[in-house]
Ligand binder design. Structure first.
Ligand code: SF4
Length: 217
């Protein structure tokens, strides 16, 4: 199956099969509001969601909103988030992000992509996570799992997250963007892994042009 033959309807059917396989696919970062999701997503870079969820309860209790974090002592923040890795840079970004929310957005998280990616520590992936999961505004999140699985399934050819995002957004209706990322992330973690794809157990094996890629489980 060549990518030129892959249609939106083929992709949607494949997605439906994956959704049935992973009914629990959703945002795994614990949060109560957009601000908490923004913080958790910044912390999730190079870190597992499980680890982030262990750290954020204490952080959110200590800093209730952007205004309180904007004036935080960086060393205190570093100590609270140390186990998530890259803690100095993340603490700096969290405080800078909070300060920008206070200064430019009246202490609330904006609902526009351009405003979000202008915040310190916030790239397109983080912005789309917040849009899709905190505001129910379609956002196509492309992380390492989404990029790899989309390329293996023949849905994208781009090598950059931005390129894959653009190709997937063209292929899918906006109402499916947010859930597509959740499903592909689950499939990428549980079956179509980077080093060891488990094609013999894959629910969409007969719809994949790269069956047998890499090492097989
Ligand atoms: S058949 Fe293999 S390579 Fe294709 S999506 Fe499934 S696990 Fe990934």
């Amino acid at each position: 199956m060549k990518i030129s033959r892959i249609t939106s309807s083929h992709v949607l059917t494949t997605l439906d099969l994956l959704q049935v396989t992973y009914p629990e696919a959703s945002c795994a970062l614990t949060h109560q509001n957009p601000w908490q999701l923004l913080v958790a997503t910044i912390l999730s870079a190079q870190c597992t969601d499980v680890r982030v969820n262990l750290v954020t309860p204490v952080l959110f209790k200590r800093f209730l909103d952007p205004a309180s974090l904007a004036v935080a002592d960086q060393v205190e923040v570093e100590n609270l988030i140390r186990s998530t890795g890259f803690f100095r840079n993340k603490a700096k970004n969290l405080i800078g992000c909070a300060a920008a929310l206070v200064r430019f957005h009246k202490n609330v998280v904006p609902q526009e992509l351009t405003a979000l990616i202008a915040l310190p520590g916030v790239g397109r992936k983080t912005a789309n996570v917040v849009l899709g999961n905190a505001f129910d505004i379609p956002g196509m999140v492309v992380d390492t799992h989404v990029g790899r699985v989309a390329r293996r399934l023949g849905w994208a050819t781009a090598r950059t997250p931005e390129g894959v995002e653009e190709q997937l957004c063209k292929l899918l209706p906006s109402g499916r963007w947010t859930q597509t990322a959740h499903v592909l992330i689950f499939h990428g973690r549980q079956c179509c892994r980077a080093q060891t794809a488990w094609c013999s157990a894959c629910p969409v094996v007969d719809r994949c042009p790269q069956v047998g890629v890499g090492r097989q489980k």
